[in-house]
Write a protein that binds this ligand. Sequence first.
Ligand code: PHE
Length: 353
Amino acid sequence: MLEKLNEIEKESLASLAAIEDESALETWRVANIGRSSPVMSVFSQMGSLSKEERPLVGQRANQVKVALEKAFAEKQEAVKQAALARSLATEKLDVTLPGRPVRRGRLHPATQNLRRILDILAEMGFQVYTARDVESDEYNFQLLNIPPHHPAREMQDTFYIDTGETDESRKQVLRTHTSPGQIRAMREFSAANPHNPPPIRIALPGMVYRFEQITARSEVQFNQVEGLVVGENITFGDLKGTLSDFVRRMFGQNAKTRFRASYFPFTEPSAEMDVECFVCGGKGCGICKNSGWLEILGCGMVHPDVLQNGGYDPKRYTGFAFGMGPERQLLLRHKITDIRYFWGNDMRFLEQF
Ligand code: PHE
């Protein structure tokens, strides 16, 4: 029996020495010091030994058991240390390295300027009203006094959507301006109260689309902000006062402005508003084509037919409207020479705003 214990100790220690990882170690533990391991079974055979042998074997079995347990604990620690050393070597982290820069996002310059315009208009009491990008020919043109074949259609070359529709009015287009929103808004407000439609003071922002050759000066899509004011006793004086105030808030208290007579089918009379050239201060330069002035918006008194189409009786109500391009304003203000930068998504351009 003592022989056998020596044998067990020798073999167990030998197999333990060869172990290098934790799972093999666990297997060894179960086999060599577990409940049904050889040493443990010696204890259960004690009953069959003689009175003389029993203490000797018992003592020796205990020694072997303690020795194996101690060897196991040491091995366990060694395996753990080795694993740690391995991970320290392979997962080395240099905490002194500088961090990777995090790129901060920002709003697109066109969005920034659009929001600025809306903020200023909001201060002046204009509420935002959004209308659809896909319009019918009727809303985009006809209800705004632009019948089929009217020469004014050539001012705004149009993207038609192929729906197979043959009825002219129901043809679908990508809106060429935000003005159809005027009709949508007036109809919505007047439908709610047909005999006594409420006054209106709204700003209509959004993308508009024109079927044009893309060049440094023209794009197929750009934003517009439309303004519409309708009420009793609204005059051209209100238009001038409101827009002059807007321009001063937008471009500074000293911004000089002028109105020039113009033509739009949906306003009468119509005008365009100029501001003194930001670049040369009115002296004349390449940006203002030596005129000293930059055109920044179109405007006019809402045409009686348009009021009528919106459900507002033109005998009782008058109004004014205006439309401007946020990108165009930026273009002028920052002397951007090519409008294609706006949708080109070149970081070198976008990062400057
Ligand atoms: N819709 C016109 C355009 O796109 C601008 C405009 C709006 C003019 C409202 C007058 C009144 O050019």
